[in-house]
Design a protein around this ligand. Structure first.
Ligand code: NDP
Length: 272
C-alpha cells in the first residue's frame, strides 16, 4: 500500500490523515497515511526510520517546516521562496521538498471563492510561517500586499522582499484611510480565541479569510467579521487545497476538493 505520513508536533488532532485517505478513496485505492509526532531536531532520524519502512512521501507541519528545508536534496521554487517545506517525496532515493501552502490558498481564493486577485490590495495580518508561504503566490497573481505586525520591524523585513509589499504596525495602520479588497488573518490569534488588534472598519462588508479553522463552528475572527456584514471564510479551504496539491505531486491525480471542504465545514470526519 502507498505509505505516507505527516510529521510535526502537536499533530494528534490533524486532519491530514483523514484528508489523504479520503482523496485515495475517491480514486479507488487505499493509502497508509499516519501522523508521526516529531519534535524539533528529530526530523532527520524520523524520516530515516520512515524511509526504512518504505515511506514514499510526507507532509510536514509546525514546527518542522524549516528543518525539513535543510534535509532536502532538491527544493521547488515555492519552497525556496517561502523558506519552508510542507511536502516531501523520495524520487530515486533523493528527497524533494515543496511547499503547497501558498498555492493552496490561491486555489481556494480563485477557484472555490471565485475571487480575482489581479491588482487587488490584500491586507495580511501577521508575519509568521503562513504569511511567508502565501506572499509569493499572491504576488504572482499581481496582488498588492499590506502586511501588519505587532512588531513593525518584522513586517518591514517582509516588505523588503518586494516593492509590491508595504508594512505597518497595527497602530500605524489605525492612522490610514485607504481601502483594501481582501483581508487575510494569517495570525494564530484565533487559535487562542483572540482577535488581532484591528478596527472593525477594515472588515465591515469586506472579503475576509481567516487561515485558522475550527470544526463545525466559525473561528472567533470569522464570527467577528460576519457581525460586520463581511463575507468571511475560515482556513478549511486552504487546508484541503494544499493537501490536494501534495496528493497531486505524489500520485499525479488532482482530487476533487469541493465535497470534502463541505464535509469538513459540517464537522464530518467519518473516514478518520
Ligand atoms: P506562526 O506561529 O508562525 O505565526 C503566527 C503569527 O501570528 C505571529 O508571527 C504573530 O505575528 C501573530 N500573532 C500571534 N498571536 C497573535 C495575537 N494574539 N494577536 C495578533 N497577532 C498574533 O504561525 P503560522 O504562521 O504557521 O500560522 C498562522 C495561522 O495560520 C494559524 O492560525 C494556523 O493554524 C493557520 N494556518 C492555516 C493553514 C491552512 O491550511 N488553513 C496552513 C498554515 C497555517 P506578529 O508577531 O507579526 O504580530
Amino acid at each position: 500500500m502507498p505509505t505516507f505520513a505527516l510529521f510535526g508536533s502537536p499533530i494528534q488532532h490533524s486532519l491530514s490523515p483523514f484528508i489523504h485517505r479520503y482523496f485515495a478513496c475517491l480514486h479507488g485505492f487505499n493509502i497508509n497515511y499516519q501522523a508521526i509526532e516529531t519534535h524539533t531536531g528529530q526530523l532527520a532520524a524520523a524520516l530515516y526510520r520512515f524511509r526504512q519502512k518504505k515511506g514514499q512521501g510526507a507532509n510536514i507541519t509546525l514546527p518542522l517546516k524549516e528543518e525539513a528545508l535543510h534535509l532536502c536534496d532538491h527544493l521547488s521554487k515555492a519552497a525556496k521562496l517561502s523558506g519552508a517545506v510542507n511536502t516531501l517525496q523520495w524520487k530515486n532515493n533523493q528527497l524533494w521538498g515543496d511547499n503547497t501552502d501558498g498555492e493552496g490558498l490561491v486555489q481556494d481564493l480563485t477557484v472555490n471563492l471565485k475571487l480575482n486577485l489581479q491588482n487587488k490590495r490584500i491586507l495580511i495580518l501577521g508575519t509568521g510561517g503562513a504569511t511567508r508561504g502565501i506572499i509569493h503566490p499572491l504576488l504572482a497573481r499581481s496582488a498588492t500586499l499590506i502586511i501588519v505586525s505587532r512588531d513593525e520591524r518584522k513586517a518591514q523585513h517582509l516588505a523588503h522582499l518586494n516593492s509590491q509589499i508595504t508594512a505597518f504596525s497595527y497602530s500605524a495602520l489605525a492612522q490610514q484611510d485607504f481601502k483594501v479588497d481582501i483581508i487575510i488573518n494569517a495570525t494564530s490569534s484565533s487559535l487562542q480565541n483572540l482577535l488581532p488588534p484591528i478596527a472593525e472598519r477594515w472588515v465591515r462588508k469586506n472579503i475576509v479569510i481567516d487561515l485558522a479553522y475550527r470544526f463545525n463552528q466559525p473561528t472567533v475572527f470569522v464570527q467577528w467579521a460576519v457581525n460586520y456584514q463581511a463575507n468571511a471564510w475560515d482556513g478549511i479551504g486552504m487546508l484541503v487545497e494544499q493537501a490536494a496539491l501534495s496528493f497531486q505531486k505524489w500520485f499525479q491525480i488532482k482530487p476533487n476538493t469541493r465535497s470534502l471542504i463541505e464535509k469538513l465545514r459540517q464537522g464530518d470526519t467519518i473516514l478518520a
